[in-house]
Design a protein around this ligand. Structure first.
Ligand SMILES: Cc1cc2nc3c(=O)[nH]c(=O)nc-3n(C[C@H](O)[C@H](O)[C@H](O)COP(=O)(O)OP(=O)(O)OC[C@H]3O[C@@H](n4cnc5c(N)ncnc54)[C@H](O)[C@@H]3O)c2cc1C
Length: 397
């Protein structure tokens, strides 16, 4: 393995991570009990990383993700009072009252998963990161370019400095510039839709049930948070979402309340609304010599099935294991042959979920009659054919 020369202050690292989003930080935390010298670089100022602002995303975490966060010693930092349990998930189509149901008893756990606001996850990931002695945080600095040779990868930074590393790991979002600089392209699907997320208070209880309503003009999901509050997720074409974003709070409340047909009784917006464009990406390869992509930079999922960050955690768990194996075998951690094990395992886990999610989105946002009939059929099919339902439930374990 190429070891760093610590005498040449802070210019050489074993691993340089580009991006201190939730994936980059979680990955760095996973390297805490190694002797590796790690740098994590982000263009954001320290305050935005340590104390991230609310972004409207409520992240639904699987049991496996919680296990990973526990292994990273991050879970215990997250206050209990900010975590909500999801006991059931129901999927409804059009105006039909029939629903596909996933219940926690079917996976023999107390709940299907956990709901935590994204900014709280990010804040507590940083709390764990900040005291790790082998990790240097380089903030307010953009990584401009990357060069790779046989012995090391070299990064040019916006502060004029250069750093070298045995391995560069890019976690710089689904629109990763470093990925392009490495000559790696991604399959991209633009759904020409946007998603509005916000927190709302409602009169009737959610009973810790998450709902996905595939209506004909828009898709609406509700994520049960603490007290009588839910994360409300509305996906629609860009014109309708622009209209919803511009409405004053009073009209927005009325509009959302009406679209739920009194399902939750009176509804009231808490805080702001946030809008995200619906573009998914799947990178053609996740690794090359001394280079690996993780997080959304590798696979940028559609949020409708809430798998993005869950998959990112699974990916970084795989990469950390491969790196630790290489260290134990006294092998160079930047070798493409080592990184390819990560690529193969992540691809096996991610491709089926990515393709299934995009197909679900295409089918359940189509208004043509055959699609409408298929939509109904699929809900009944998954509900009644046990092995098919089990495949979906296994993802939540
Ligand atoms: C509305 C919505 C709801 C979601 N709900 C869920 C859910 O319920 N469950 C779930 O599992 N997932 C969910 N997700 C997905 C999840 O939020 C993302 O997968 C996750 O945030 C991606 O994290 P990341 O660290 O990979 O990338 P990002 O969060 O995009 O972070 C990238 C970082 O890289 C930095 N950066 C970029 N370029 C450079 C550069 N050149 N130099 C230095 N720094 C750079 C940026 O400043 C940023 O900090 C949702 C997503 C959305 C949009």
């Amino acid at each position: 393995m190429t070891r760093t020369n610590t005498k040449k202050k802070d210019t050489k690292f074993d691993i340089a991570i580009i991006g201190a989003g939730p994936t980059g930080i979680a990955f760095a935390c996973g390297l805490s009990n190694t002797n590796l010298k790690v740098a994590i670089i982000d263009k954001q100022p320290r305050e935005s990383i340590s104390n991230p602002i609310i972004d409207g995303r409520e992240i639904a975490l699987t049991h496996h993700s919680v296990k990973i966060l526990k292994k990273l010693s991050v879970w215990d930092y997250i206050p209990n009072k900010t975590i909500s349990e999801i006991k059931e998930a129901r999927v409804l189509d059009g105006n039909s009252k029939y629903f596909l149901n996933f219940a926690h008893q079917e996976i023999r756990k107390d709940c299907l998963g956990f709901l935590i606001p994204n900014f709280i996850i990010r804040k507590n990931l940083y709390k764990r990161l900040k005291n790790l002695p082998n990790i240097s945080i380089i903030n307010k600095v953009e990584c401009l370019s990357i060069d790779v040779n046989d012995k090391y990868a070299s990064l040019k930074l916006s502060n004029g400095k250069k750093i070298k590393a045995s391995l560069v790991v890019a976690a710089d979002s689904r629109f990763s510039k470093i990925r392009s600089k490495m000559g790696i392209s991604a399959y991209t699907s633009d759904f020409n839709k946007s998603m509005i997320v916000c927190r709302m208070k409602h009169e009737k209880p959610h009973k810790n049930i998450a709902y996905e309503f595939f209506r004909y003009k828009q898709t609406q999901a509700t994520l049960p948070y603490i007290k009588n509050q839910s994360g409300i997720v509305t996906t629609a074409n860009n014109d309708l979402t622009a209209e919803l974003m511009e409405m004053d709070n009073k009209n927005f409340n009325k509009e959302i309340q009406n679209s739920f047909g009194n399902f939750f009784g009176k509804m009231k917006l808490l805080g702001k609304r946030y809008s995200y464009p619906m573009i998914t990406t799947y990178t053609k390869k996740f690794v090359s010599h001394r280079f690996a992509l993780i997080g959304d930079a590798a696979v940028g999922m559609h949020p409708v099935t809430a798998h993005g960050f869950n998959l990112n955690l699974k990916g970084l768990e795989i990469l950390i294991n491969e790196i630790k194996k290489a260290i134990n075998n006294k092998t160079d951690i930047g070798l493409e042959s080592i990184l390819k094990n990560y690529q193969n395992k992540l691809h096996k886990a991610a491709a089926p979920i990515y393709l299934a999610t995009n197909s679900i989105v295409n089918l359940y946002t189509s208004n043509i009659l055959p699609a409408k009939l298929t939509r109904q059929f699929i809900l009944r099919f998954v509900n009644t054919v046990k092995p098919v339902k089990q495949t979906f439930l296994n993802i939540l374990k």
